[in-house]
Design a protein around this ligand. Sequence first.
Ligand code: NAI
Length: 328
Amino acid sequence: MKILFYDTKSYDRESFEKQLPAFPEIELDFLESDLEPHTARLARGYDAVCAFVSSDIGTKTIEILNERGIRLILMRCAGFNNVDMEKAKEYGIRVLRVPGYSPEAVAEHAMALALAANRHLHKAYVKVRENDFSLNGLMGFNFYQKVAGIVGTGKIGAAMARICRGFGMKVLAYDVYQNPDLDFVEYVSFDELLAKSDLISLHCPLMDSTYHMINIDTIEKMKDGVILVNTSRGGLVKTADLVEGIRRRKFFAVGLDVYEEETKNVFEDRSAEIMEHSTTARLLSFPNVMITSHQGFFTEEALAAISQTTLQNAMDFLNGKESPNEIK
Ligand code: NAI
C-alpha cells in the first residue's frame, strides 16, 4: 500500500519511519505541502493520503482525490472538522483517524497554558532575561480551592478534570453525555459552569452545535476575572467577541492553543512577515493573553501513538477489517 503524506515536518517523518519496520506492506512518501485542491492532484498512483489538522479536505479536494483513485484518507489527528464527510461517503472514500493518542498530552498543555497565563510566565521569563527582577504585573491567584469548569468530558476533558482535581480544585463539567468514570465531577448546565468557574477549559469537538459557543453572550455570563483556555478547536470561540470580552476586563487571562485564524500559521515560521488584517495580532497585543501554535498534541508519547495507530488504520483498511477509528 502506497501512502502519500501531506504537510510533513521532520518530526512526522522520523516518528513514522521509526514504526515502518513493523508494517512491511506499507510504503510512504512525504510532501511538505499541505493537502488542498491544488496538491490533491499529486496523489495519482497512491492508495491513500495522510493529512493533518489544517489540511483542506473540502468538497473540491475530495472530488480530485476520487478522480485520482484514492480510496482512503488517513487523518493523523483526532479532529475531522476539516473533512467533507458527506462527499467522502458519496464517493465511498473511507476516512480513519486517531481518536485518542494521548489525552494527557493535550490536557497537560491546557494546564500549562492556564498556569503560565495565570502566573504571567511569558512576561516573567522576558523580564528576568532583561535583568528586571521586579514583580510588578506578575500577581496571579491560587488554583487551590478554586472552581474548574470543564466543557466536554471525553478523553482529554477527563484528563484535564483529573489534573484540576490534583490541584485541589472543585471540578464542574458540562457535556451532552456524562462520563461515568468522573465520580468527583459535578455536572451542571453550561450557564452554571460559566457563572461559577474560575478556570474554564474547552474540550469538546467543533460541530455545528459547538461553533462559537464562546461568544459575547456566554462571555457575559462568566465570572469576572475568569481564566479561559482553549486547546480544542479555534471555531469554538468567536474571536471578535473574545477581543471585546478582554477589552471589557472580563478575563484574568486567556490561554489559546487554537484560534480561528490559525490555519495559515499552524507549524509555519512567519516571523519575517508583516501581518495585515490579523485578529491574532490584536489578541497578542493584550498582556494577559498567551497563545501557542496547536502544540497540545506535541509530545514524544503522542507522536509515537499517532504514527502507530495511523499505520495500523491503513493495515485494517488493507485487510478489510472493521475499525473503531473509522469516521462514519
Ligand atoms: P472526545 O470525543 O473523547 O470527547 C469530546 C467530548 O465532547 C465528548 O464527551 C462529547 O460528548 C462532548 N461534546 C460533544 N458535543 C458537546 C457540546 N455541545 N457541549 C459539550 N460537550 C460536548 O474527544 P477528545 O479526544 O477529548 O478531544 C476533544 C477535542 O480536542 C477534539 O475534538 C479536538 O478538536 C481537540 N484536540 C486538540 C489537540 C491539540 O493539539 N490542541 C489535539 C487533539 C485533540
